[in-house]
Design a protein around this ligand. Sequence first.
Ligand code: PLP
Length: 372
Amino acid sequence: MGRGPAVEISLAAIKHNYELVRVLTGNRRVVATVKADAYGHGAVEAALMLEKLGVYCLGVAYGSEAVELRRCGINKTPILVYFDNIDAADIVKYDLTPIVYGAGTADSLSDAALRQNHRIDIHVDIDTGMGRVGFLYDREIDAIKAISRLRGVRVTGFMSHFSEADLKDRSFAALQSERFLRVREELSGIFKDAIWHMANSAAVMTYPASHLDAVRPGLILYGSDSLQPGCPRSETAAFRPAMAVKARLLHIRRVPAGRSISYGRTFVTERESVVGVVGTGYADGYPRSLSNKAHVLINGQYAPVIGRICMDVTMVDLTDCHGAKENGEAVLIGRQGDKEITASELAEWAGTISYEILISLGRVNSRVSCIS
Ligand SMILES: *Cc1c(COP(=O)(O)O)cnc(C)c1O
C-alpha cells in the first residue's frame, strides 16, 4: 500500500481517447505523446496498449524514457525523442528516432552512423514561433537543406510545435501553421518521403487545417484538455478522463466556532463544525496552493478544503456533508455519485494547468491500471 492517495488509471479511457483522436483527424497517423510517464498515467502500460492498437509512433522527451519502453517490450513501434541529445550507438541499439534541432547534431549523428555502417532516421524540428528549439523557419532553411546531403541520416519527418493553440484568438496559431506550410513547400521537393506534423492536443481539437500527415497529441489521450474559455469545442470531442485519485478520510472531529485550522491559522471556524482529516498532502503531489480553494468529494458531496494543506494531510469542512465515515473515500480527482472533480478544475483552483496536476499526482503515488 502506498503512503498517500491511490491513483486509478483506466486504460479503456485512453483507448477511447486514442480512437476519438483518429476519428477527429480523419484517421491521421498519431504520434502518441507518452513523455513524463504518460503524464503520470504510466508510460509502459499506455504504450503497450497503444502499440496493440497499432499506433503509428510514440513520443517521449528523453532518451531514457524511450529506452525504458524498449526494455519493457515495446519493440515494434517507432519512438520519437523530442528533446534529448542521444548517443548514436543508443539510437541504433534501441531503434530510436531523434528529433534534431541543430545543424551540429545532424552532422555528428551522421558521422557516427556512418562509422557504424548505418543510416539513422531523424525528424527535424522547425521553430515557427514556439521559441524553444528548432531551426528558425525564416533563417535556417539552408542548414536544413544541407542535412539532405548527409549520408548517415535520413529525414523521415518534420515537426513544429504550437505556442498557443488553446486560445480563443487563433491568429498566432494560424501564423505558425502558415509558416510551417511555407517551409514544407520549399523543402518537400528535397525530402520527398518525410511526413509533416505539428498538431498537439489543442490543435487536434480545434484546428483541422493543422492535422497534416500526422498529429502529436498528449493531454487529450488522458482525457483532459487545456482549451481556454471561448475556444471552439467540437461536440463530438468527448474525451474521457483516465485518472482518478482517491484518498482516505482518516479522522472526523467536531470543533466549536472560533477555532483556527492548520498552519498559519488561515481558516477559522465560523460555526460549530465537523472537520475531516484527509490522508493526502503536498508530499503526495496535492499542491499546497489548493489551500482554502479546492474541494474533494465525500459520500457524493463537495467538501471544501479548509486551512493550509500540510505535507501529509488536508483538512476539509464536513459540516454540510452527510454520511461521511472515518476510513471512507475522499475523491481528489474523479467521479463519486453524480459529481465529478476534473484535473482542469483542480488546476484552476491551484493556479496551474491540468498537465502539472496529473503529472504530480500520478507520478508520486501508487498506481493501479485497470482495463475498464
Ligand atoms: C508535450 C508535447 C506534445 C503534446 O502536447 P499536448 O499539449 O499534451 O498535446 C507534442 N509535441 C511536443 C514536441 C511536445 O513537447
